[in-house]
Design a protein around this ligand. Structure first.
Ligand SMILES: [Zn+2]
Length: 100
């Protein structure tokens, strides 16, 4: 067994090789870009993680549909209401009224 440290985030999405993955820079949003030396695949090793699990998001959306305000949802779920509005905007794909 090899003792080499292999970053689990640095695994080629195409050939699944975790070795010979090189950093080739950053894209415009500052995300690290890697390239697989085996197959040449370029990829983002650490896709942006969602800050909250999807079930929390769905819960927020359900609350919104049942008439709760973004502020109330944020308070109930313990998060910034701006985050709630962001979810509502991205899910509804239409303007969401702010309660400010
Ligand atoms: Zn590869």
């Amino acid at each position: 067994m090899r003792k080499a440290t292999i970053d689990p985030n640095r695994q080629c999405p195409k050939c699944r090789t975790a070795e010979h993955q090189v950093n080739i820079g950053y894209n415009r949003s500052g995300t690290r870009r890697c390239q697989c030396r085996i197959c040449g695949m370029r990829y983002t090793p650490e896709p942006k993680k969602h800050e909250y699990p999807d079930e929390i998001k769905q819960q927020a959306l359900r609350m919104y549909r049942s008439g709760a305000s973004g502020r109330a949802i944020g308070k109930a779920l313990g998060m910034n209401k701006a985050n709630v509005y962001h979810w509502l905007r991205t899910e509804k794909k239409e303007p969401v009224e702010s309660d400010e």
